[in-house]
Design a binder for this molecule. Structure first.
Ligand code: GDP
Length: 365
């Protein structure tokens, strides 16, 4: 079960945003450490293709893909030394597959910033430092072990030692491992360590309501964008406050609200989509009278394993997958029409699934 962890310094708007995610109304209070247990929120992954399929196949229901967010509280300066909820924080972040880092880019004199001023790059740096310190401990332990292993003369140990040195040098300078430009081979050698600073990251800039549609005037957001670009990370601009308000509204009213604000979709929807991508996930679709449904698989999953998502029998008895891409299907108007045009393909066990494949599996029971 893949999860995105939401992290950030206290009072940047994490809980507020997380409330929007769960609509559960967990407390958002103006003081640090108000959220102690990691909260898990399960959200639907928005996918307009399901509405189209549901119309075409007269489906009785729609089942979207789901994904999980975890609200990870407790990060402050010194977390790696056990300050605040430090140790707890680190163990929670270890468990997630990707990280969404909330940084405060809104001014509000009534809401204390733990570091005294609005400066997202400094905040990112504080978070990086804590995670780097934790990773240094991990790498150090591995290095000690490698010294012993090196005595066997294993060539791979030498390679690993070189990578550890490189990573250690970066970490000591406060540079997260993911920003060190490691080769695929080097990353593989690191894989076992599950370093915190190797996890994929996206940044969420929390801005004032009026700035969401056009954040170009917010220098903080621009600074974060520039920083994120250096590691090809995405930046999602939201107003956590607005998200939590919109989440309370009935669908129609929410739509109107967004239109008035000049927005096409909620920040939450943008965040969910970005999180889904960050986790390296994609969607294939099934459609019929009973339901139109999105299924979640890792990128590069082959057809039998995709079938196994639906039912283990489908994987075990896999014969073929009958596939038409969503775009071809829509262009033709119906599956029958797509079939006539030869756009419905029969694919075998080595077929690599593509996002938006509309699939029917054939299998032996
Ligand atoms: P956390 O400690 O990061 O979880 O922060 P919270 O979500 O508890 O937010 C801290 C305070 O900032 C609360 O009083 C929120 O109402 C307020 N806050 C959160 N997001 C925004 C925002 O976008 N704009 C403004 N003005 N206040 C916000």
């Amino acid at each position: 079960n893949l999860e995105v962890g939401i992290v950030g310094l206290p009072n940047v708007g994490k809980s507020t945003l997380f409330n929007a995610i769960t609509k559960a109304g967990a407390e958002a209070a103006n003081y640090p450490f108000c959220t102690i247990e990691p909260n898990v929120g399960v959200v639907d992954v928005p996918d307009k293709r399901l509405d189209v399929l549901s119309d075409m196949f007269k489906s009785k229901k729609i089942v979207p893909a789901a994904m999980r967010f975890v609200d990870i509280a407790g990060l402050v300066k010194g977390a790696s030394k056990g300050e605040g909820l430090g140790n707890k924080f680190l163990s929670h972040i270890r468990e997630v597959d990707a990280v969404a880092e909330v940084v405060r880019c809104f001014e509000d004199g009534n809401i204390t910033h733990v570091e005294g001023s609005i400066d997202p790059l400094r905040d990112i740096d504080i978070i990086n430092t804590e995670l780097c310190l934790a990773d240094m401990e991990t790498v150090e332990k591995r290095q000690e072990r490698l010294v012993k292993l090196a005595k066997t003369g294993d060539k791979k140990v030498k390679l690993e030692q070189a990578v550890m040195e490189k990573v250690m040098a970066g970490l000591s300078d406060g540079v997260p491992a993911r920003r060190l430009g490691l080769t695929e081979e080097e990353q593989e050698l690191l894989g076992e360590l599950h370093l915190l600073t190797m996890k994929p990251v996206l940044y969420i800039t929390n801005v004032a309501e009026g700035e969401v549609a056009d954040p170009s005037g917010n220098e903080h957001v621009q600074a974060v964008k520039k920083y994120a670009a250096e590691e090809n990370a995405e930046v999602i601009v939201v107003s956590a406050k607005m998200e939590s308000e919109v989440a309370e509204l009935p669908e129609e009213e929410a739509k109107e609200y967004l239109e008035m604000a000049g927005l096409e979709e909620t920040g939450l929807d943008r965040l969910i989509k970005a999180g889904f991508k960050l986790l390296g996930l994609m969607t294939f679709l099934t459609a019929g009278e009973m339901e139109s449904r999105a299924w979640t698989i890792k990128l590069n999953t082959k057809a039998p394993q995709a079938a196994g998502k639906i039912h283990t029998d489908f994987e075990r008895g896999f014969i073929r997958a009958e596939i038409v891409s969503f775009d071809d299907l829509v262009a033709c108007g119906s599956k029958a029409a797509a079939r006539e045009k030869g756009l419905v393909r029969l694919e075998g066990k080595d077929y690599v699934m593509q996002d938006g494949d509309v699939v029917e599996f054939r299998f032996n029971v």
